[in-house]
Design a protein around this ligand. Sequence first.
Ligand SMILES: Cc1cc2nc3c(=O)[nH]c(=O)nc-3n(C[C@H](O)[C@H](O)[C@H](O)COP(=O)(O)OP(=O)(O)OC[C@H]3O[C@@H](n4cnc5c(N)ncnc54)[C@H](O)[C@@H]3O)c2cc1C
Length: 146
Amino acid sequence: MPARREEVENAMEEDIHFKFLTNPKRFIGNEKNWVTGMECLEMELGEPDASDRRRPIVKPGTEFVMDVDEVVVALGTTPNPLIAATTPELETTKYGTVVANVDTGRTVKDRVWAGGDVITGSDTVISAMGAGKRAAADIDAYLKTR
Ligand SMILES: Cc1cc2nc3c(=O)[nH]c(=O)nc-3n(C[C@H](O)[C@H](O)[C@H](O)COP(=O)(O)OP(=O)(O)OC[C@H]3O[C@@H](n4cnc5c(N)ncnc54)[C@H](O)[C@@H]3O)c2cc1C
């Protein structure tokens, strides 16, 4: 569980239930495309790899379905791929981040600014806030010329 001790404690206080060594396999939906279940697999720890980490491996035949009515997928930190798909006028990198001027946040699309993780990849709150301030200043300057 790659998290700080206090993050784990806080999650427990919020009544989060952990299911260790369990891996989601697929989501199950109804005829209206609402999610109704999540099929999971049990895992077990294999032999230590080169980094000495015991990687989880699937326990065959252990599939089970968990009833769910909402799923928040919180794996990885890549940008939402919708942006590149719905707005092809924006230039994006092979990592899915949006290309923007780091000093102003201007993208190649007229009147669109971007900042934060979507241009830098995973970073920090303070860096995203700085990008927001720089973009706000540039938007202000842009509007004053209109
Ligand atoms: C587990 C974890 C722990 C972290 N801990 C720290 C920490 O301790 N300190 C720290 O400084 N940083 C931490 N970070 C990093 C920090 O959270 C990010 O750098 C910061 O949130 C980036 O801000 P942002 O505004 O660029 O993006 P986000 O905070 O990701 O905001 C983007 C927003 O856009 C929304 N969005 C996405 N797609 C669309 C769409 N198509 N239409 C409309 N809205 C959309 C999203 O729902 C989201 O609300 C952590 C990150 C993670 C994942």
